[in-house]
Design a protein. Structure first.
Length: 202
């Protein structure tokens, strides 16, 4: 891990993963200021699953970059952000505008770990989801990435109907194989079954 100084924290009712994209409408002054600075400087802010007690220390978040933005007639900003990586939240405080600022540890990306045969059914599940919903992804890129356990775990966390609690647990988990195990167990808990002959989920 590599320590950096201070990063703004944006609590939302969502668990965001690295490389995931999400559209947001920003209207509160504290967050408009935060986003404007990120656009101007090309800096990051962290999106974290909101808590009623606002106790974020020790939680994992995803730091994001602003990909595009557009203002409207009401003074709001419509932005598209993309997850750049994971970060661990350390000590934090709230500034005079009520913006949460935290010392964070950037979690460095790992070397590629191949997806074990046990979880090849998860590769097929993601392929089926992309095909069913006509997801506009670079197919050649995906074919290369599908066998990367890190990438696969994040994309499944993004598209599979899992509880926010499990998604946060997946984000907190360092080892990508352990993440796939949790996703695998979560999918079975939802009622899906494994076709052992074809190694697919039904």
């Amino acid at each position: 891990m590599k320590e950096i100084n201070i990063m703004p924290i944006f609590p939302l009712n969502v668990v965001l993963f690295p490389e995931s994209k999400v559209s947001l409408r920003v209207f509160e002054p504290r967050y408009l200021k935060m986003v404007s600075l990120a656009i101007k400087d090309g800096s990051y802010f962290a999106i974290i699953k909101s808590r009623t007690d606002s106790n974020y220390q020790g939680m994992m978040a995803t730091y994001v970059k602003v990909v595009s933005w557009e203002g409207d007639d009401h003074g709001s900003l419509k932005i598209l952000v993309e997850g750049a990586g994971r970060c661990s939240i350390g000590q934090y405080y709230f500034d005079e505008d009520g913006l949460c600022l935290a010392k964070v540890l950037i979690v460095e990306s790992q070397d590629t770990i191949q997806v074990p045969e046990k979880f090849h059914c998860l590769i097929r599940l993601l392929e089926d989801i992309y095909e069913k919903f006509n997801v506009n992804h670079d197919k050649e890129h995906n074919l290369y990435q599908m066998n990367d356990a890190d990438w696969l775990s994040y994309r499944l966390g993004e598209v599979v109907n899992l509880s926010d609690k499990l998604k946060q647990d997946i984000l907190q988990t360092k080892d990508p194989i352990d993440r796939l195990e949790k996703i695998y167990d979560g999918i079975f808990a939802s009622g899906m079954k494994l076709d052992e002959e074809n190694n697919t989920l039904q």
